[in-house]
Design a binder for this molecule. Structure first.
Ligand code: HEC
Ligand code: HEC
Length: 266
């Protein structure tokens, strides 16, 4: 009995206990987290949810039914398609703070589910480009000849505004064509199909998906550099949540233990 108590008070044992408790609760979280247990909503439910979100965040400029409000200088969204909403929201352009200046790309505060719901709602207002599948923009596996064609297409269609290597440039009216260094393949596909701001639309009939992929491969080649920064890449949302839980709460618990010990010493 005595030896058990003293061992329980041993620092390492306490740390071990905390670690085990966190792993267990984190594991339970990963198993019962809502994404895993709630049935997927129907398309009708998703559209209804999108309409609600739209009313709160977008209707003040685009109107309650996406018809656009001239007083806000905001265009109708009927027929812009899911791709336009996905592009504008993921890149942080919408919801816009000030309609008088070009929307800056800022971090977007919406979850992927919310963006998908609003996209589906806007798509329900009228036909427009859909959010592309990876096989429409994934540039892997192209031959050097195809990439060279992509380079030609980029120089012909895009470099007037975005510069030869996609490094961006100023437009005559004070607007800017942003650098494409950080643009994801899906951003490039969606921007071409939806024509944000001053950019023209490049429709499928003019530049089919296979050429879009070649252009993306060309830009990848031009911008090939090791990416900086810490990323949990590939681990997926559940394991990221799991590690955030273990590391975050673990840190707090260790801090609390340190504080109490300090107080006790006084
Ligand atoms: C403060 C006003 C304002 C708010 C709020 C706002 N927008 Fe916009 N939106 C604009 C303006 C102005 C434009 C035109 C911008 C341009 O041409 O560069 C625009 C453009 C767009 C476009 C591009 C349309 C096209 O023709 O391709 C989409 C899509 C869009 N908004 C979606 C949204 C969504 C979704 C929300 C809510 C999450 C939202 N906006 C909130 C003002 C606003
Ligand atoms: C007439 C000038 C013009 C041309 C030509 C043009 N763009 Fe753009 N592009 C723009 C402007 C302006 C924006 C920013 C729009 C905004 O923020 O509302 C933009 C935005 C983009 C973005 C979004 C980048 C980001 O940071 O989110 C991509 C990707 C893009 N363009 C790719 C292309 C590609 C690929 C081509 C050629 C097929 C092309 N553009 C042709 C003017 C142009």
């Amino acid at each position: 009995m005595r030896s058990l108590t003293s061992r329980r008070h041993h620092k390492a044992a306490r740390l071990l206990l905390v670690a085990v408790a966190l792993l267990v609760t984190g594991g339970i979280y990963a198993v019962v987290s809502p994404a895993a247990s709630v049935a997927a909503p129907t398309p009708e439910e998703t559209i209804a949810r999108g309409k609600e979100l739209f009313a709160v965040s977008c209707a003040s400029c685009h109107g309650l039914n996406g018809e656009g409000l001239a007083s806000q200088g905001a265009p109708s969204l009927v027929g812009v398609g899911a791709a336009a909403v996905d592009f504008q929201m993921r890149t942080g352009r919408m919801p816009m703070a000030n309609p008088l200046v070009q929307a800056p790309g800022k971090t977007n505060p919406f979850t992927p589910e919310e963006i998908a719901a609003i996209s589906l709602y806007v798509a329900s207002l009228g036909d427009g480009p859909a959010i592309p599948d990876p096989d429409q923009y994934d540039p892997s596996g192209l031959s050097p000849e195809e990439v060279a064609v992509g380079g030609d297409l980029f120089r012909t269609n895009c470099s007037a505004c975005h510069n030869f290597q996609g490094s961006g440039g100023a437009l005559p009216n004070g607007k800017v064509a942003p650098p494409l260094l950080d643009a994801e393949p899906i951003d490039i596909h969606e921007a071409m199909r939806t024509g944000p701001g001053e950019m023209p639309v490049f429709a499928d009939q003019a530049i089919p998906d296979k050429d879009v992929k070649a252009m993306i491969a060309y830009l990848d080649q031009v911008h090939a550099e090791p990416s900086a920064g810490l990323s949990l890449g590939g681990l997926g949302p559940v394991s990221e949540g799991f590690w955030a839980w273990v590391v975050g709460i673990g840190g707090l618990v260790l801090f609390a233990m340190w504080i109490t010990k300090k107080a006790a010493r006084r």
